[in-house]
Design a protein around this ligand. Sequence first.
Ligand SMILES: *Cc1c(COP(=O)(O)O)cnc(C)c1O
Length: 397
Amino acid sequence: MKFFKNHVLNTYNRLPLSFERGEGVWLFDKSGKKYLDALSGVAVNTLGHNHHELINAISKQASKLIHVSNYYHIEEQCLLAAKLASISTLDSVFFCNSGCEANEAAIKFARLFGHKNGNDAPNIIVMERAFHGRTMATLTATGSRKVQAGFEPLVPGFIRVPFDDIKAIQHIADKKNKVVAIMVEPIQGEGGINIANDMKSYLESLRKICDENNWLLMFDEVQCGIGRTGKWFAYQYSDVKPDVLMLAKGLASGVPIGACVVNDKVASVVSAGKHGSTFGGNPLACIAGLTTLKSVEKENLLENAFEQGAFIVETLAKNLSSRREIISIRNMGLMIGIELNQACNDIVKYGLDEGILINVTADKVIRLLPPLIINRGEATILTTILTKVIQDFLERR
Ligand SMILES: *Cc1c(COP(=O)(O)O)cnc(C)c1O
């Protein structure tokens, strides 16, 4: 397929295809060839493509109001905030338009919290292999040199520790460093679908250290939140609650939105004029968010994510059990990683030929993030094709 030389800046290595329409878990290219979408625009299309209730809600809202300024009360924003507070059991929401903005808000609120509590140099503890975004502060928080290289000087105020290493954090606490918060993805997405060895105990230990030191616990659930793991939020597999929760990707099923959800302790340090966003929380995006959350409930998509995720992983493990090249197949719900003993970025093209959209992250990890609406029949098709694709790739057929 030939693409005319275009004027889009070269920030992505784009594959040579484009899509015309989608239906459920399927995407169709211009020639009519269909692909099972096991990426969902990177965990974005929670409800798949052309979800009728979502389309109706967006259309209806667009004909009433698309945007008004945050200088006024926005009813749709209040409704979505209340729903997010209810499912997270936190208190207030700042709306923005993306994951990095939700994280920027969290970083700002944490620094404010520090200064209000007499910490004049509030540092934030972040993790190796973390991904928090591409703005200056969030790329600094990100644990990948590739993301940071060329953009120095980075933003001060971050301390890095290995993921899933409580001792490293305790060591920093013991040294009386000026820390204000720990910022962590409960499951690392871009870093390779990294799940702590015992996630429940890891998150509970993080909570304990934060409580002992009056630090904030901030969970970046931009990728793992909104039902992807089989619960609304990955941290709900433990007994802890964060002080700050960052959301974006799957929240409005494709309409740009971000949210920084906080408890009252954090909310109390934020006053009018301290942060803002022109587009953040506009009626259209909030209706899309609200409809996404309601549909997840109505269609039992939390249970579905858990069940289909388990099915996909069990089936792949069985089909590929004789393959020594496979280091591990791991998941929480429909956040799935298949780690190989070799770089496998090219496998994406094998997938395209066979009609599945997959992704590789951290060079060696095949990542599956299908829409939460995927059913058993579609999950079966996915595992059958993916098994062949992995076999073919490993045999270089
Ligand atoms: C994708 C992602 C981000 C950045 O989101 P953008 O909307 O691309 O800015 C931040 N954190 C995590 C965990 C992500 O997966």
